[in-house]
Design a binder for this molecule. Structure first.
Ligand SMILES: Nc1ncnc2c1ncn2[C@@H]1O[C@H](COP(=O)(O)OP(=O)(O)OP(=O)(O)O)[C@@H](O)[C@H]1O
Ligand SMILES: Cc1ncsc1CCO
Ligand SMILES: [Mg+2]
Length: 277
């Protein structure tokens, strides 16, 4: 299983996919640098006048609602429709869904108007997206779950028809029939803003080179976590600034890591029983 994912970072470096991001003002620079680090080609383009044309020539489209406005949502839908028309995978990060009605409605409008291949969020965001209330105060992950929220991810995948990735201390990804739990990563990821947003764009880069979104997403989650672990070792316990720099370095070496066997476990979904081996 791990062997089936191992080549994907190399493929990203070889193909240099163009990832069109409509993202938030907090994470724009970090996202562009993170995508460059893994060998992808980032572009941020937001104008109503050009988003459809940009999405058409992109290899993946990432929609992120972190600092949304009515205009941005309109542009995201235009871009998404163009991507759908031209076979470009669309990835959605519903940042802060549930925090305000505007955010929730925007994410739902996008899901209604655009065929979204994969949704990536934290547990609270994904719960709110499918009308299950979860406490959410801002845009960062809430209380760390003791277990990966497998059942929530399966319900969300069935409701949205998208592959759903929920991140946290452990990550889970599913298409509603099969799925993976991804362990590893490092708590330092929660001390640098935008690590979730960059992860969503990294998933976009993997989706550009691997048409099976469950495989692409699982690989991105696993390599991202491994990069964080390596960055922590490289930077030592010096704090978020050193970690952020070391993390970009580690992302740029993703194609050279063997993924440890224990970071990923594959499962079937069994009705009412979540994941089974
Ligand atoms: N407690 C933790 N320990 C290890 N890794 C974690 C922990 N919490 C989150 N992560 C990792 O951090 C990355 C970002 O996930 P997270 O769920 O924090 O996204 P997010 O809430 O959308 O973040 P942001 O909004 O800041 O971009 C993922 O790779 C995830 O596995
Ligand atoms: C801090 C923050 N506020 C809106 S988006 C964002 C970046 C993390 O998602
Ligand atoms: Mg987020």
């Amino acid at each position: 299983m791990i062997e089936d994912l191992q080549h994907l970072p190399r493929l990203v470096k070889r193909r240099r996919p163009l990832v069109h991001n409509i993202t938030n003002v907090v994470v724009t620079n970090f996202t562009a640098n993170g995508l460059l680090a893994i060998g992808a080609s980032p572009v941020m383009a937001y104008a109503r006048e050009e988003v459809a044309d940009m999405a058409k020539i992109a290899d993946a489209l990432v929609l992120n609602l972190g600092t949304l406005s009515a205009e941005l949502v309109e542009a995201a839908i235009l871009a998404g429709k163009s991507a759908n028309l031209h076979g470009v995978p669309v990835i959605l990060d519903p940042v802060g869904a549930g925090a305000t009605p505007f955010r929730t409605t925007a994410a739902l409008n996008i899901l209604r108007e655009v065929r979204v291949a994969l949704v990536r969020g934290n547990a609270a965001e994904v719960a709110n997206l499918i009308g299950e209330t979860a406490v959410i105060k801002g845009v960062d992950a809430g209380e760390a779950e003791a277990e990966p929220p497998v059942d929530l991810a399966v319900r969300a995948a069935c409701r949205t028809g998208s592959v759903v990735a929920i991140t946290g201390r452990e990550d889970v990804i599913t298409d509603g029939l099969k799925g993976y739990v991804v362990r590893g990563g490092h708590p330092m990821l929660t001390r640098v803003t935008g690590t979730g947003c960059l992860l969503t764009s990294v998933i976009g880069a993997f989706a550009a080179v691997e048409p099976d979104l469950l495989t692409a997403g699982a690989a991105a989650l696993a390599f991202y976590g491994e990069a964080a672990t390596r960055a922590y070792v490289a930077a030592g316990n010096r704090g978020p600034g050193s970690f952020q720099a070391a993390f970009l370095d580690a992302l740029s070496e993703m194609d050279q890591y063997p993924l440890p066997e224990e970071v990923l476990s594959g499962h079937r979904v069994s009705a009412g029983r979540g994941f089974v081996q």
